[in-house]
Design a protein. Structure first.
Length: 335
């Protein structure tokens, strides 16, 4: 039996926005589970809310239901991903939890592509008499769960490449001086991005020359320092960092989000193998001229092949610098 269909209301979109905001809090900390947000609403007021906790448990629905208590009876639950249908040693299925607490209606952003659930959660809710709607703000939900979805579709983490350049595309002067191309607002935003990734990756040259800390230096987020990974053809080890011999080896890393920070050789290698899913371009209003360029060869054949591969999804001013965010355009999950 499929989910009961019903028209969505403007309130559904608004409350789903609140659930999406909660889901964003867990990004980079919930692997192997996706970061999900849940808001339970009754009589126009929030009676419960939750988001997936570090390590993947408890699930968002379980936390929100515990907060709502008896008020969940007859309420609407807004969940950014279809409630799971499989029983785990770590907890009961969320579809069963929602039904047993008397929730009358469940609104989800998208179905769960995990074959253990994939439609079964909504069907189980419908079988219990719970009205179910799916597809509300699904594009935003996919962005929030990009790491989880990329791991399922491509068997590797979601990769974000960060570039901080001058207006003429340089990342350093010819002598290697690079501190600081961007200003404090852009650097703070870059640290926020670090906090949303389980892994941060640089090349051996950057590691040996700069010895970067690769940590998160924002008040209250210091404990979110990502795993440090060094890309090098020679595995020389080095403290608590992980050494990888090729970009494709990221598939073996724990976690679902990798932030690639430098330098030019590493950035080019990931682009050449089409492993970049998201691009952060921080551009400072300066000209360097004869400097080190952000990219080398990326395997581009004809110029026509460069078009249509990237779509801008965000653009904003950060102090004197400009941030542009692009996503890789893929016709299908594996393309």
């Amino acid at each position: 039996m499929g989910p009961v269909s019903a028209a969505a209301s403007p309130d559904d979109h608004r409350w789903m926005g609140a659930a999406l905001a909660l889901a964003a809090r867990g990004r980079g900390r919930t692997s192997p589970n996706p970061s999900v947000g849940c808001v339970i609403v009754r009589g126009g007021a929030v009676v419960g809310r939750g988001w997936t906790q570090p390590g993947g448990r408890p699930h968002a629905e379980a936390i929100a239901l515990a907060e709502a208590g008896p008020a969940a009876q007859g309420a609407t639950a807004y969940v950014t991903l279809e409630p799971c249908a499989h029983v785990s040693p770590r907890g009961p299925a969320c579809a069963d939890l929602l039904a047993s607490h008397g929730v009358a209606r469940v609104v989800t952003a998208q179905t769960d592509p995990d074959p253990r659930t994939n439609g079964k959660g909504l069907a189980r809710l419908a079988a219990a008499g719970v009205q179910a709607i799916s597809g509300i703000r699904s594009v935003e939900a996919r962005t929030t769960m990009a790491g989880f979805l990329t791991r399922l579709a491509l068997g590797r983490p979601h990769v974000t490449l960060k570039l901080a350049t001058s207006l003429d595309g340089c990342i350093a002067k010819a002598d290697g001086e690079s501190r600081w191309i961007t200003g404090p607002d852009a650097r703070a935003h870059a640290h926020l991005e670090r906090s949303r990734h389980e892994t941060i990756l640089v090349g051996r040259g950057t590691w040996e020359v700069d010895r970067p800390a690769l940590d998160v230096r924002l008040p209250g987020l210091e404990d979110r320092a990502p795993q440090r990974v060094i890309l090098s053809s020679h595995d020389d080890g080095g403290g608590d960092a992980v050494w990888l011999s090729s970009p494709g080896a990221i598939a073996q890393l724990r976690g679902d989000h990798v932030l690639v920070e430098g330098g030019a050789q590493v950035a080019s290698a990931f682009l050449a193998e089409d492993l970049v899913d998201r691009l952060l371009l921080y551009r400072a209003p300066i000209l360097i001229g004869d400097g080190k360029h952000a990219l080398g060869a990326i395997g581009l054949g004809a110029l026509a092949d460069a078009h249509g591969r990237w779509a801008m999804i965000d653009s904003r001013q950060l102090g004197s610098d400009r941030l542009e965010v692009y996503e890789r355009v893929r016709c299908s999950p594996g393309s």
